[in-house]
Design a binder for this molecule. Structure first.
Ligand SMILES: [Zn+2]
Length: 278
């Protein structure tokens, strides 16, 4: 499932290739991707508009249009945005096609169809997209001083893993980066947040920022099953740097002593080293 680094990589591709382009025609296949509104609303909202910026909040892509509305794209489990030459053969599960004024096409492809594409009014975001309006701090797009994380962890006895996954507190971290971040910070996923001291909080803050930044630089993580790719269809390489995620049963490469363990926490597979993480 694409998380902040993967969505940011897609955002950078959109900034480069879609911003400044006019959308001349829109085709919508499967209506489930426009379930929040309708096929007609997406076609009417995008046709003959120009994309003026490519922003991101957490795992959401937000693209302001010259009409005053914005387009939101949420990739969820298996969504992809691909750029192609006009008339190119479309892959299976291409649900939205945007024809661009430079002759190219932008495709929204989604085998599992959990994702969505919608046009919304930014001044009504709290009504039209409450999930976006409720997002917490974005550790890359926003100022994220370490004192803010200190306030967050002191405010709750919730375990660290579900705390990091809560999009209304910190936006953009999913299962992979929660596990990698807690490993880097040497903190157990089930450790209650308000039991960590200032030094551990600073380690956690540095781990969040450094791991997300390194993954963005690597183009994100592409796993065997999830098939995340960027706008040009290229996978990322940060999966090669994962220390714990999907490495259950392997020796920990950080301490060289522990064996990576997998547990299930709140229905999510959780990976950690019982020796380095306390
Ligand atoms: Zn270890």
């Amino acid at each position: 499932m694409p998380e902040l680094p993967e969505v940011e990589t897609v955002r950078r591709g959109l900034e480069r290739h879609l911003v400044g382009r006019r959308i001349t025609e829109v085709e919508v296949g499967r209506e489930r991707v426009v379930r929040r509104t309708s096929r007609e609303a997406l076609i009417d909202g995008l046709t003959n508009t120009t994309v003026v910026a490519a922003d991101r909040r957490g795992k959401y892509l937000l693209l302001p249009l010259d009409s005053g509305d914005s387009m939101m794209i949420h990739l969820r489990m298996s969504g992809q945005v691909l750029l192609a030459d006009g008339g190119a053969d479309r892959p299976a599960h291409t649900h939205v096609v945007m024809h661009l004024d430079d002759g190219r096409e932008a495709w929204y492809v989604d085998p599992r169809t959990f994702g969505e594409v919608v046009v919304y009014a930014p001044d009504r975001v709290d009504i039209e997209l409450p999930g976006v309006a409720a997002l917490g701090v974005d550790p890359i797009a926003d100022e994220f001083p370490r004192e803010q994380l200190r306030r967050i962890v002191r405010s709750t006895g919730k375990a660290l893993k579900p705390l990091l996954l809560d999009q209304t507190i910190i936006a953009g971290i999913g299962n992979i980066y929660a596990d990698e971040t807690l490993h880097r910070a040497r903190l157990r996923p089930d450790r209650p947040a308000n039991t960590i001291d200032a030094a551990a909080t600073w380690r956690l803050h540095a781990a969040i920022v450094d791991i997300l930044t390194a993954s963005i630089d690597a183009g994100g993580s592409t796993l065997g099953d999830a098939q995340y790719v960027d706008l040009m269809g290229e996978g990322g390489s940060y999966q090669d740097d994962h220390r714990v995620y999907a490495r259950a049963g392997e020796r920990c490469s950080t301490c060289g002593r522990g064996w990576i363990r997998r547990t299930v926490s709140a229905g999510r597979g959780t990976h950690f080293c019982p020796v380095c993480q306390r």
